[in-house]
Design a protein around this ligand. Structure first.
Ligand code: HEM
Length: 498
């Protein structure tokens, strides 16, 4: 009898939910798949299968500027709506970000506008052009110099550029964060921490009860990495404090900037735990995003030989083989290469492709639809990269659209906008503007004979078929071992004046 009453109660509840969501909910008139209105199944399926980016794009094409992603969640793609959401703290971050609070609450994970604002004030000096200029030497030492050395030893052979860009960026960011050169190309410690922390963040979303046995078994590597990294950062920070006490010039890196960081308003500084947490966040959000921007740039240049030839001709006509191009030189002299990088980040934004925020008290109206307070409204970065109002012929890789076009550059959504614009973007740009031009100057690249994706294999609109992608926290190639190989050779230079 009890079972009968219980199952009747469950059935009645389920029926009332279905009726509410299909016929009464304020979201009922918003376009979107019916299953998404009824349950989170398709939302979790999309996340679990790494299809967030691809689906964000295809759903935008199918449903337009606003659509339902899950029972109380909508995705918005119109640039004006996205700017409005990101322009203030009124639309706070959704609880999703708390999954990133692995060591402590950070600039990224916090739901508190006050903490986010304070961290931005504390980090301000670290990302100014003058402070970053001091970091450029380390970025080039661990980035382009190491890559050039490695690839020079493999001339005529195949290298996996996705893997090498990733290892290099782990070197760059961990050297900046921890003050010692880890040499990740040979030493996997930082890379394994990075993977463990990223998986931990993903599991926090997928298995929220992972603090409890037996689910806690899933996060044991993440917890071990958290303990290791905390111990390690405390030791390097102590060592740096000691060096500072002994006098001499302070190094210009992220570790020093975090130790010195002070909020100009409250004069507040960070505790050792907060420094550890923020530096681990930089490692998590700064490495993959930047190395993937490099990966997508080389990948698209190989699929579009005209763009590749033009980029190569530009850099080889301006700089001699023995010169290491700096980011300032690239900005001043190589507009086409800079445009290629912009275009790669448009067509494949490496950052998370749905940025969820929460509708504030009183609700909000988007595209004529009222969203009640508490609805999650997700900014669809993948759709912004192909939005009809901004980018004609969006599936074509066409760097030209960014040449002498500051409006196009401002419309790039890859770094987000407004209050939530990526604070590390100038650091990322230094890595990109030093790595890509120097590689194009010094090496010739050719696709291996067995490459599945090549310029001549085109889709029905005549464009090269792009390699499949996947989204974990960032957007990368789905099969990097298969699709990101290239044969490197010493550059055969055209006769040109420098
Ligand atoms: C091409 C490389 C990069 C891309 C595409 C990128 C993109 C983004 C995006 C879209 C956000 C906003 C996330 C959100 O609001 O949900 C963000 C936030 C952030 N990024 Fe980057 N990023 C890059 C490189 C870096 C680097 C190198 C660092 C630092 C070392 C960095 C540090 C951060 C931090 C700390 C946040 C959190 C800011 C906040 O939530 O207020 N990023 N990034």
């Amino acid at each position: 009898m009890l079972v009968y009453y219980l199952s009747s109660a469950v059935a009645a509840y389920a029926a009332s939910q279905v009726i509410y969501r299909l016929f009464i909910s304020p979201l009922r008139k918003i376009p979107g798949p019916w299953l998404a209105r009824l349950s989170y199944l398709s939302y979790y399926y999309t996340m679990g299968t790494g299809s967030t980016s691809a689906k964000g794009r295809s759903d935008y094409h199918q449903y337009g500027d606003i659509y339902v992603m899950a029972p109380d969640m909508v995705s918005v793609s119109h640039p004006d709506d996205c700017k409005r959401i990101m322009s203030s703290y009124e639309f706070r971050k959704s609880d999703f970000y708390q999954s990133m609070a692995i060591i402590d609450d950070t600039i990224l994970s916090t739901l508190s506008p006050e903490l986010n604002r304070m961290r931005r004030r504390q980090f301000g000096p670290m990302f100014t052009p003058s402070y970053l200029a001091g970091m450029e030497k380390i970025i080039m030492e661990c980035g382009i110099r190491v890559l050039k050395q490695r690839w020079s030893q493999r001339l005529g052979q195949q290298v996996n550029y996705a893997e090498d860009f990733s290892l290099c960026m782990v070197d760059v960011i961990s050297t900046l964060c921890y003050g010692e050169k880890p040499d990740a190309l040979n030493n996997q410690r930082f890379l394994s921490w990075l993977h463990a922390l990223t998986n931990y963040a993903v599991l926090n979303v997928a298995v929220p009860c992972n603090a409890y046995f037996p689910f806690s078994l899933l996060t044991r590597h993440g917890r071990a990495a958290k303990a290791d990294i905390s111990e390690f950062v405390e030791a390097v920070a102590d060592c740096r404090r000691q060096q500072n006490l002994e006098g001499g010039e302070k190094p210009k890196d992220i570790l020093q900037a975090l130790l010195d960081a002070e909020d100009p308003m409250s004069k507040s500084r960070m505790t050792p735990l907060q420094i550890t947490a923020e530096s681990a966040t930089m490692l998590m959000v700064g490495t993959d995003t930047t190395s993937l921007a490099m990966t997508w740039t080389l990948n698209y240049l190989l699929l579009y030989p005209d763009c590749y030839q033009r980029a190569v001709a530009e850099v080889r006509s301006k700089f001699a083989p023995d010169h290491l191009i700096t980011s300032a030189e690239c900005r001043a002299e190589l507009p086409y290469i800079e445009a290629c990088i912009f275009e790669s980040m448009r067509i494949r934004a490496p950052s998370s492709t749905q940025l969820p925020r929460v509708v504030p008290k009183g609700g909000a109206t988007f595209q004529g639809y009222f969203l009640p307070e508490g609805t999650t409204v997700s900014v669809n970065v993948a759709a912004l990269g192909c939005h009809a109002s901004l980018w004609p012929d969006p599936e074509r890789y066409d760097p030209e659209r960014f040449l002498n076009n500051s409006a196009a550059k401002n419309n790039l959504a890859a770094f987000n906008t407004g209050q939530f614009k990526c604070p590390g973007r100038n650091l990322a740009w230094i890595s990109l503007l030093t790595t890509i031009p120097n590689l194009l100057k010094d090496f010739d690249f050719a696709l291996p004979a067995d490459a599945l994706h090549r310029p001549e294999i085109v889709d029905k609109s005549g464009l090269p078929v792009p390699i499949p992608l996947t989204t974990i926290l960032s957007v990368g190639p789905k099969y990097p071992e298969r699709d990101c190989n290239v044969i490197v050779n010493t550059a055969t230079r055209p006769a040109t004046v420098f």
